[in-house]
Design a protein around this ligand. Structure first.
Ligand code: 5GP
Ligand code: ZN
Length: 114
């Protein structure tokens, strides 16, 4: 999508510190890390949020959760645990309107979230 910052990161138009990339997804370091490890995993195609995922996205969702998350957790040495979170819409606190999964680790997380 033309004016989407994460589409531009996925295409390389905007620089980022990429930690993983394949034909479906990109994963890069968050600009304002909230934990010692804070990576954003995004689909390369523009999807607004988790609310927009549908039947055609099963392969994508499975790839993210069955392949990319465990691979990155291992590579980033999050053996003590981690959190994956996606914010959707206004109440979810979403600020970038391109689906992304925060992968956070390297410290103990609190619950409930704010
Ligand atoms: P949200 O609040 O939508 O769940 O998360 C958006 C995340 O994107 C925030 O954690 C923010 O720091 C990150 N972010 C926003 N703009 C950029 C950018 O240009 N580059 C990178 N690497 N992260 C960004
Ligand atoms: Zn986008």
């Amino acid at each position: 999508m033309a004016d989407c910052i994460f589409c531009k990161i996925a295409s390389g138009e905007i620089p980022s510190t990429m930690v993983y990339e394949d034909d479906m997804v990109a994963a890069f370091k968050d600009l304002e890390p909230q934990a010692p490890t804070h990576v954003l995993i995004i689909p390369k195609k523009h999807v607004v949020s988790a609310a927009e995922l549908g039947d055609g996205d099963r392969e994508l969702a499975a790839h993210i959760f069955c392949d990319v998350v465990p691979k990155l957790a291992k590579e980033l040495k999050l053996s003590n645990g981690f959190r994956v979170v996606t914010n959707a819409g206004e109440d979810g606190g979403q600020t970038v309107m391109h689906l992304h999964f925060h992968l956070l680790g390297g410290r103990s997380m609190q619950w409930p979230p704010g």
